[in-house]
Write a protein that binds this ligand. Structure first.
Ligand SMILES: NC(=O)c1ccc[n+]([C@@H]2O[C@H](COP(=O)([O-])OP(=O)(O)OC[C@H]3O[C@@H](n4cnc5c(N)ncnc54)[C@H](O)[C@@H]3O)[C@@H](O)[C@H]2O)c1
Length: 327
């Protein structure tokens, strides 16, 4: 019997993870008996079967007392996803550090106190980001590349990776940090992130709507579908942590694709009419940001540990259509 807690459960990935856990009702070969969904906004999900107890909790992760409340019921697996995204963390320095660093540290401390009380030692899955790597970067980044963040968001994620490794080394919890590729196609409305167009140039034409491409066709980046990302999170909860050999943070495998390859995948899946809805309007500010980002990784460690990426960029588009078919 396993109790999972998702912090940030109303978000794009948190809600997809919750739906998948409720669909499979098992994790680590055991029955999922309880799922606690925490967010600052209410979490909407289809009704679960009676077999799984689902608790929805609303609160502010920033408040120091929140974390001790969340660990009071001693969840076996904690998925720590709540965060403010890169654009917001860059604009609002204080908020970025409060949510992305301080709140995560409060959580780690609450677990440590519980560990000291009764030996509690959950699996903690922390979603890190490629933003821990900043330019200048090689074309392909291997697993031994140093963390070189060049944004507040990337710095906050990098600090949390170190904390996670140290708290795990001390045995306070059993942590694993997974650096997620950029998620594509992100469902819903465009957001303010500089990366938003990577999804918008596919999502909007697939819905018959126009989209703007602010960068050149040769821009290359590293992607995973929401489905693959949920697979990574669940595998991170299940993987034998002894195999991590004390290197607790891993770059997730993904698909490296140029904007031209993205558009070609769209053409193959939805035809030329969909491609014609993309209007190229260069935005030097966005291009300047994007060209400093990682292009591709050689994520050998994660592959050897059984993390599975999407098979191709076309599969990423098809996976989106299976879940969000127009009409
Ligand atoms: N989406 C991506 O491309 C991507 C890539 C790399 C890493 N990540 C990481 O994955 C995680 C999930 O990403 P997502 O795309 O689902 O983000 P999201 O913005 O959709 O979800 C984040 C959730 O955290 C919640 N949250 C934020 N501050 C909170 C607070 N103070 N108290 C309570 N809840 C709070 C939000 O309400 C939101 O529901 C994040 O840690 C993010 O940094 C995402």
């Amino acid at each position: 019997m396993v109790h999972c807690l998702i912090i940030g459960a109303a978000g794009m990935l948190g809600s997809t993870l919750a739906r998948q856990l409720l669909a499979q009702r098992r994790i680590s070969g055991k029955e999922l008996s309880r799922l606690t969904l925490f967010d600052q906004v209410s979490v909407r999900l289809p009704k679960a079967g009676a077999a799984v107890r689902v608790d929805r909790e609303t609160g502010n992760f920033e408040a120091p007392q929140t974390a001790s409340g969340l660990v009071a019921s001693r969840p076996d697996v904690i998925f720590c996803l709540a965060a403010v995204v890169s654009g917001e963390a860059e604009r609002d320095f204080d908020k970025g550090y409060r949510v992305n660093l301080d709140a995560t540290r409060h959580l780690f401390e609450a677990i440590r106190k519980a560990h000291e009380e009764d030996g509690y030692c959950p699996r903690v899955v922390f979603t890190s980001s490629l933003a821990v790597f900043g330019s200048p970067l090689p074309d392909i980044i291997d697993d031994d590349y140093a963390l070189t963040p060049r944004s507040s968001y990337g710095t906050q994620k990098a600090i949390c990776e170190l904390l996670l490794a140290d708290y795990s080394r001390k045995g306070f919890f059993d942590g694993i940090g997974i650096r997620l590729p950029t998620i594509c196609i992100r469902p819903g409305a465009p957001n303010a992130a500089a990366s938003s167009f990577f999804s918008a140039i596919l999502r909007e034409p697939l819905a018959g709507l126009p989209a703007t491409l602010p960068v050149g066709l040769s821009v290359r980046h590293w992607f995973a579908s929401p489905r693959a990302a949920v697979g990574f999170m669940i595998h991170a909860a299940e993987v034998n942590s002894a195999a991590l050999e004390e290197r607790r943070n891993l770059t997730m495998p993904g698909v490296s694709a140029t904007v031209a390859e993205e558009i070609e995948a769209l053409r193959r899946v939805a035809g030329e009419d969909a491609v014609k809805l993309i209007r190229h309007e260069p935005d030097p500010a966005i291009e300047a940001i994007i060209t400093t980002w990682p292009k591709a990784f050689d994520a050998q460690r994660a592959l050897q540990l059984g993390f599975r990426p999407d098979a191709s960029f076309r599969k990423i588009v098809e996976a989106y259509l299976e879940e969000h078919a127009p009409g």
